[in-house]
Each structure stands twice: as structure tokens, then as C-alpha cells.
Ligand binder design. Structure first.
Ligand code: ATP
Length: 222
């Protein structure tokens, strides 16, 4: 059956690490589309520096017309905290029951999963694809480990044999770039050329985002 990926984040701002992850996941898992979904109001971290609309605009500009990657603004169109369970439920309702839906998470996110709203229900709606990150191990015990124990599969093909309910671990190229480093560079007046795609860079310069003078919406503001 067809498979669709969901890759969430704050994208404050988008950088080449995000885009490479989406492209590699799409190829490795044979996904028809990867939806990149900016969190409007992330429940688990300080408010992002740029507004949700600005983060979405940068993401959409960065993706451009890359086949199979889609900037998805559904979390901007909801009120309240941006819970992943609500996004999964919306997507499942749209896709029907004959499409595999893959929620892609970094190993860092998996470590904190037990604090996410209604996390045990994620596999009722989607598969979990965990991206290995240096310095992070899958939890060996505890509620998340127990929940995943019977769900692990080794081969991506197993994800397309069911619509939800399985878990896969993938190693991808991890480029040494983060949004926090990009923000720090911009605030210090350093170049982020080639770390942030040109179209997103043009947007953030045009709107004077992340400069020392831009107090932004949340974190990093003095
Ligand atoms: P920040 O530095 O503000 O925490 P970030 O760079 O980690 O931001 P997010 O938008 O918070 O970016 O991350 C969204 C998703 O992208 C997460 O699943 C995260 O694991 C993944 N990700 C972030 N940086 C990279 C990278 N360099 N390579 C691959 N994946 C990445």
C-alpha cells in the first residue's frame, strides 16, 4: 500500500539537516510524500523565535518544488497546543485506512515520548520511524520500551504491509547543523549561507528575523 511520512518540528528556521532527513526517509522507506509540519505552539519547549506563519513561509520556500516533499500548515490552522495525536487523527481521517502513515521522530524525541499527549495511541494511527542520533539510545526499559517491544520491524517493506502499529529504527546522514546554531550565528552577524536553503535565507533577511535587534516571539530574546 502507499505510505506517507509525517515529519514535525519547529523549523525555527528550517535548515539543510531537516531537508536531507526528509529526502533520505522518503527514499529509504519508499514514501509517496513526506509532510513537513511546523508546530504552531509546541507543547514541549519554549515558544519559537519566529511566528508560526514565518516558519511555515521559510519551510515552504526552502522546499520549493522538490518532488514528494510538502510543507503542511495544518497545525497553524488549529487552536491550542499543537498535539501530534491531533495531527495523526486528522491525517488518518483524510487518508482512510489503506495508506501507511509513518510518524518520523528523532531518537532524542523518543526519549521524552512518555510526556507527549496520548502517546500510546500513536500506533493506533501510524507507524513510528525513529531516526538514530549520536549520543542517544532507544530506551531499554520503562513504558516506551515496553510499548515498542512487540512493534519493532527490521525492514522498511514491513511498514507498507500494514497501515499502522509498527516501529522501525533508521540511521541517516546527520549533518552537524541545528536551528539553534543558525539563530546564534545570525544574532552574531555571521553567515548561514549553505546551512539554510537560499530561498529561506532570502525570506529571513527580508524580514530581518533572528538578528540581534529582532526580539522575536519567544526563546533567545534578551
Ligand atoms: P533547535 O536547535 O531549535 O532545537 P532543531 O535544529 O533540532 O532545532 P527542530 O525543528 O526542533 O530542529 O527539529 C525537527 C526535527 O528535525 C527533529 O525530529 C530533529 O530530530 C530533526 N533534526 C534537527 N536537526 C537535524 C539534523 N542536523 N539532521 C537531521 N535531523 C535533524
Amino acid at each position: 500500500m502507499d505510505a506517507i511520512g509525517l515529519f514535525g518540528g519547529t523549523f525555527d528556521p528550517v535548515h539543510i539537516g531537516h531537508l536531507r532527513t526528509a529526502v533520505e526517509l522518503r527514499e529509504a522507506l519508499g514514501l509517496k510524500r513526506v509532510l513537513l509540519v511546523p508546530s504552531a505552539r509546541p507543547p514541549h519547549r519554549a515558544p519559537p523565535r519566529a511566528s508560526a506563519a514565518q516558519r511555515f513561509a521559510m519551510l515552504a520556500a526552502a522546499i520549493g518544488d522538490e518532488p514528494g516533499l510538502v510543507a503542511d500548515d495544518r497545525e497553524l490552522r488549529r487552536d491550542g497546543p499543537s498535539y501530534t495525536i491531533d495531527t495523526l487523527a486528522e491525517l488518518r481521517a483524510e487518508l482512510g485506512s489503506d495508506v501507511a502513515l509513518c510518524l518520523c521522530l528523532g531518537m532524542d524525541a523518543l526519549a521524552g515520548l512518555a510526556s507527549w499527549h496520548r502517546w500510546r495511541e500513536f500506533t493506533d494511527l501510524a507507524h513510528l520511524v525513529v531516526v538514530a542520533r549520536p549520543g542517544w539510545q532507544a530506551p531499554a526499559s520503562g513504558p516506551v520500551a515496553e510499548w515498542l517491544a512487540a512493534r519493532w520491524v527490521r525492514h522498511p517493506a514491513a511498514l507498507q504491509a500494514a497501515a499502522h502499529g509498527r516501529a522501525l529504527l533508521r540511521e541517516l546522514t546527520l549533518l552537524p547543523v541545528s536551528s539553534s546554531q543558525v539563530r546564534a550565528d545570525l544574532a552574531a552577524g555571521r553567515s548561514v549561507r549553505y546551512l539554510v536553503p537560499d530561498a529561506a535565507l532570502a525570506y529571513l533577511h527580508r524580514h530581518q528575523l533572528y538578528t540581534a535587534a529582532d526580539r522575536g516571539h519567544g526563546q533567545d530574546s534578551p
